[in-house]
Structures are given as C-alpha cells and as structure tokens.
Design a protein around this ligand. Structure first.
Ligand SMILES: [Zn+2]
Ligand SMILES: [Zn+2]
Ligand SMILES: [Zn+2]
Length: 356
C-alpha cells in the first residue's frame, strides 16, 4: 500500500495541571502557563481543517518536537537551546510520532454538550462559552474498522459438524447393514449404448493472455486482475478513508492508504472439441447382450460406451431388482437360478452370491 499525504491539521492537548484544552502547536497552557509534559499525548480536534499557511506546513514537516532534558519544556525540532531554560537541546528526547490519532474529520461537525453545564458549544470550541470549563476531548473515531469473526459462528459450526457426523453415521448404517434373502431369477434385461461425437465449438472464458493460440477469440471485457502499489497501464487508484497521524509537533498528518487496481481483458473463446451429438441404444431380455452399431460419417466418431444389466428376483417376500455393470455376473443369472441377495435397511440389493 502506498501512503499519500493529503495535508496537515492542528492537534490539541489537555493540560494535566488545570484541565484546559490547548491547540497542539501551543507548547504551554493558555490558561495556567504550565508546559506540556512529554507523556501528555496529542488528541484530535472535534472539527479538523487542513492548515493553509506555508509556515505551519513547514512546522508540521520539520519533525517531532523535543522535550528539554532539564526543564521538560517542549521545543521545536530545529531549536538548538531550550526556549524556557536556555539549556542545550542535544540530549533532549524527541516526542513519539507516527501513531494514528483517528479518522480525518473534515467539514462542519455537530455542536457538543458542555460536560459541566450542558450548554451546546460549536465543535471548534476549546472551552464552554457559558461556564468556561474545558470541553472534553472528542472520542477518537476509528480509522480502520477491523472485523474479526465472532465466537458464535465457531460454536454454530461445531454443533453443525456433530449433527452432520450423526447423519452420515445413520446413512452408513442404513446402507451397509444387510440381511440375506433367498431369491430366484424371474427375468433379466440389458441395455447397451454408444455415444456418437462430432467436432463442435465449445465456449470458455479466461484472461486474454491465456487464450489458446488456435482458439477463436470472442467478446472481451475489462476485469479486475490484481492490486499493486505502483501504477500500470489499465490501472485505477483506489484509496481508503483518510486518517490522521501524530507528527509529534502538535500537527497531525492527514494520510490515505492507496493501491492500484490493475484491469485486464477477460475473454470468451471457442475451441473445437469432440462433443456428443446422439446416443444409440440396444436392449433385450436375454443373457446375450450386443453393442449397437451406429452409422457414422467422416465428421463423426464413436465415444463413450455404457452397459447396464438388470436382474429381477422373486422371493418369499417382495420382488427385488439388482442392477450391475458386470457382464460376467449377469451371464450367470439364468432364469430359475437361486441366489443369496444382500438387502440393506433401505430395501436395496447391494450384492448377490450364488446359492450353494
Ligand atoms: Zn493549564
Ligand atoms: Zn529547558
Ligand atoms: Zn459549560
């Protein structure tokens, strides 16, 4: 992701000595004169406006302020000696910078209620116009809404999983648990089919550069291919919500994280493929199945073959049907022969064995 700077805004800080709110660039409290201690962090203003003066932009860009090692006073990054005590600033510590303060609040913001007297004050007010008490620091609006999957979903999945295991076990029981039934072959039937194929265009879709060389190219449309940090032909810049970062100088840097969405041609194409055009079938009620013999021309070929055999058994109870693809088994099922049928809990014959 590329970070783009939109501009700079004035931050604020709350005086720990008297509770007054002060503009960020101001290094001592306007109310009681106390210097801003190093541990007192900058906060967002309730309503933010990009600073316009070149001087303020320069002060925002010069780097984090330093706290004097002797008196603790805040001094600008480019100062040599402390403005308060005159000490050398080479051993001073820079303020922490780079933290996200909150989402950028451009434009007019709603009036705010004084925590002491309840009077409505403009969002820009640092103290109440009626009682003079400090307006509270605004709740920082989150710059990035991170969503993590809830715990409830996990429990739901667990319960669902247990139910699924139960259903599968019950089905397995119904299908695999069998009982033996003695049956006599009553009738047999067979069915054999052959698919006839011909070359026909088949349509697919893929990225333009992956279309096979011998394909016929169809309609193409631009589609999102991937995102990257640098611009490319056919790319579009997409930026997130602007947010404010503490520069350590009393000013906030308004930034935006951006990526480039790269678009590429997504195309339909057609290639010639052998595809089924008709199925020829032969059937009968004897034990000597035969294959159909389709008449094909030069543009056709024979494709898939399939065979299905069916045996009807009479028993002491219901009539059972057994289906198989085994010609060997089928050819042994002469009319009147006796077999042991394996019948499952659903009433289906799962296997047959010759009766001793
Ligand atoms: Zn103060
Ligand atoms: Zn000092
Ligand atoms: Zn008030």
């Amino acid at each position: 992701m590329t970070q783009k700077t939109i501009g700079y805004v004035r931050l604020q800080w709350t005086c720990p000595a008297c509770g007054s709110r002060n503009p960020g660039p101001q290094k001592t409290c306007a109310n009681c004169g106390a210097a801003q201690p190093a541990h007192v962090e900058f906060e967002q203003a309730a309503q933010e406006e990009l600073v316009q003066s070149e001087d303020e932009v320069r002060r925002a860009q010069v780097g984090p302020d330093f706290h004097c090692a002797y008196c603790g006073a805040r001094n600008p990054a480019d100062a040599q000696v402390c403005t308060q005590c005159g000490a050398d600033l080479s051993e001073a510590t820079a303020r922490v910078s780079g933290q996200v303060v909150g989402a950028f609040r451009p434009g007019p913001q709603p009036d705010r209620v004084c925590p002491s007297c309840g009077t409505l004050n403009p969002a820009t007010a640092l103290k109440c116009a009626r009682c003079g008490s400090a307006m509270a620091a605004p709740v920082p609006s989150s710059a990035v809404e991170a969503g993590a999957p809830g715990r409830g979903a996990g429990v739901f999945l667990l319960v669902g999983g247990i139910t699924l295991v139960g259903i599968v076990a019950a089905l397995l029981f119904l299908i695999t648990k069998t009982s033996d039934v003695l049956g006599t072959v009553q009738s047999v039937s067979w069915m054999r089919s052959i698919t006839v194929e011909t070359l026909l265009p088949a349509t697919y879709q893929t990225w333009r550069e992956e279309v096979p060389y011998d394909a016929e190219l169809g309609r193409c449309t631009l589609r999102l291919h991937h995102t990257q940090e640098s611009p490319a032909p056919n790319s579009r810049e997409v930026c997130g919500t602007p947010y404010v970062q503490d520069t350590g100088s009393g000013y906030g840097q308004v930034v935006q994280d951006c990526v480039y969405e790269v678009y590429a041609e997504w195309c339909e194409y057609a290639v010639m493929e052998w595809q089924p055009v008709r199925v020829e079938t032969l059937d009968g009620n004897d034990l000597a199945p035969r294959w159909p013999e389709p008449q094909i021309d030069g543009s056709e070929r024979l494709g898939n073959r399939s065979e299905q055999y069916e045996i009807i058994f009479a028993t002491d109870g219901p009539v059972y049907t057994y289906r198989t693809r085994s010609l060997d088994l089928f050819s042994r099922c002469t009319i009147g022969s006796r077999w042991i049928l394996r019948v499952n809990q659903l009433g289906d014959v799962t296997a047959i064995d010759p009766s001793p």
